[in-house]
Design a protein around this ligand. Structure first.
Ligand code: COA
Length: 187
């Protein structure tokens, strides 16, 4: 990935589509603002204010325009937004993945399908060797999502990130792209 503007594809999974954020998704962002965790670990605003929610949506477009990363709304098959998934470069050959699903839409397989869909597409991106994500040990829902999409737990990173002012341990999960596996003689 580079500083050049990125083009967001539309990606289809079994039960979700990954597409651009739209102003009409604002109520979903407002719901995410009321979540106990999402505003602490993402740039979702901490208050369900409509203007702040629209600003969140605009920031997702800016990430793409500045080359900072890909930001998708996770939409159901009726095209209603249910969550977010993003891919951000780390150095030149790695990228990290982050995701959330609004509380009212959970336990329906949306995050697992979104991550599998994003991962399969990201594995085709040039120069990308490795996809990473970080999950708190207590966040079983998230590490189950990661494992369902083929990510492997590589270890525990102690005091890796401050959340709500407190240092938190994180599991590192990763998955190599096909190109990296072949290049490293792993396939
Ligand atoms: C974690 C999160 C993304 C899961 O989203 P979801 O759409 O409900 O997940 P899915 O329905 O795709 O579930 C995938 C698997 O995880 C399991 N799972 C989901 N939530 C779970 C929970 N709270 N506890 C235990 N297992 C859970 C599901 O049963 C399913 O298991 P399976 O593979 O055996 O079928 C969602 O709870 C969330 O957004 N949480 C707040 C933000 C967050 O934690 N983001 C990730 C930061 S690393």
């Amino acid at each position: 990935m580079s500083d050049a503007p990125l083009v967001l594809p539309i990606l289809s999974g079994r039960q979700v589509r990954l597409r651009e954020w739209r102003d009409t998704d604002v109520a979903l962002v407002q719901e995410a603002s009321r979540d106990t965790l999402i505003p602490l670990v993402t740039t979702v605003p901490r208050t369900p204010d409509e203007t702040a929610a629209v600003a969140f949506i605009r920031r997702q477009h800016q990430r793409l325009e500045s080359g900072a990363g890909y930001a998708f709304a996770i939409a159901d098959l009726d095209d209603r937004a249910v969550g977010h998934i993003g891919l951000s470069p780390v150095g030149r050959t790695r990228a990290s993945v982050g995701y959330w699903v609004a509380a009212s839409q959970r336990r329906r397989g949306c995050a697992a399908d979104a991550l599998a869909t994003l991962t399969s597409w990201a594995s085709t991106l040039e120069r990308l060797d490795r996809l990473e994500l970080y999950v708190e040990p207590a966040n079983e829902g998230s590490w189950r999502v990661a494992e369902s999409a083929g990510y492997e737990r590589e270890g525990l990173l102690k005091a890796w990130q401050r959340i709500d002012g407190r240092p938190r341990d994180m599991y590192m999960y990763a998955q190599l792209t096909e190109r990296a596996r072949v290049g490293a003689g792993r396939s």
